[in-house]
Design a protein around this ligand. Structure first.
Ligand code: R5P
Length: 289
């Protein structure tokens, strides 16, 4: 077994190879003068089970992934497992307007074409997996987020919060690991034109909080939540997510209300503090390849 990394996932691939104790091959990557990409697998991989790791964000990384898949197949790998740590377009999982494609389905169709199995991390909506026809799995890096938060000393949170009801299970998992309570935010209509966002059950006054979510994109969800929590007396707020997309420097803008912003290596950014590799490795070890 070998791990092959594309340019979007060098860190995660290296961690994964370490976890699995297998060889890492970093695929070569260059550009033609017109900006088109050239990839190359620099070693003999014939007969190997190859685990190709490449996040499909931003768009250029999708092309690189497809090229790498073909390069590995043409080089004679016996089995190709594609790990897409952050699955771009997963949030376009329905036709929002007539005439649009279901973009998540488009991605699934093309990514699975050369793969024997696809593994992703904390897919936004598990229903998205139904668009695949080959074996596909979404593993969760919430355990890794929980372990990171548990080991913070003075900043260890007293309370884990989901920014909405959809993220409760994630908050619960993290809270169990950290050994603290969890809750979620919900909108309460105070009057005809006033909506308040409050915790469902608990009080945040004087508490150190970690808001956990699968993805932070514009930062709008967490910013709104953390602003409310600060107004309600929260002492310290950590925003923790698996996928740090951070559109238009959202991570910097979030610092207005969030004392710390952290993310995993499914997207490699300056906020990457956690590796999702152990979660992927646990799953791969559980399979009989
Ligand atoms: C929503 O269902 C997701 O879990 C995230 O809360 C959301 O996608 C984050 O997006 P943004 O950072 O743009 O608010």
């Amino acid at each position: 077994m070998i791990v092959v990394s594309g340019t979007a996932s060098r860190i995660l691939a290296r961690e994964l190879a370490n976890e699995l104790n297998v060889k890492l091959i970093e695929a070569e990557h260059k550009y033609w003068p017109d900006g088109e990409q050239i990839v190359r697998i620099p070693e003999d991989v014939k007969g190997e089970t190859a685990i190709l790791v490449q996040t499909t964000y931003p768009d250029e990384k999708i092309i690189e992934l497809l090229l790498l898949q073909d390069a590995l197949k043409d080089a004679g790998v016996a089995k190709l497992i594609t790990v897409v740590p952050y699955f771009g377009y997963a949030r376009q999982d329905k036709r929002f307007n007539p005439g649009e494609p279901i973009s998540a389905k488009t991605m699934a169709k093309h990514i699975e074409l050369q793969s024997d199995m696809v593994i992703t991390v904390d897919i936004h909506n598990p229903n998205e997996l139904a668009y695949f026809t080959k074996p596909v799995y979404s593993v969760s890096a919430m355990e890794e987020i929980g372990n990171y938060l548990k080991n913070l000393d003075h900043r260890k949170p007293d309370l884990i919060i989901a920014p909405d009801a959809g993220a409760i299970e994630r908050a619960k998992k993290v809270a169990q690991i950290v050994g603290v309570e969890y809750d979620h935010l919900e909108k309460k209509r105070i009057s005809g034109d006033t909506v308040e966002i409050k915790l469902k059950n608990l009080n945040v006054k004087g508490k150190k909080i970690a808001i956990v979510d699968d993805v932070i994109s514009t930062g709008g969800t967490i910013l709104k939540a953390s602003k409310q929590l600060k107004e309600q007396g929260a002492l310290d707020i950590i925003a923790a997510c698996v996928h740090g997309v951070f559109t238009n420097m959202a991570d910097v803008k979030m610092r207005v209300c969030c004392d710390l912003v952290i993310a995993s290596d499914t997207i490699e950014t300056e906020r990457t503090r956690i590796s999702a590799a152990p979660a992927v490795a646990r799953f791969i070890r559980s399979q009989a390849f």
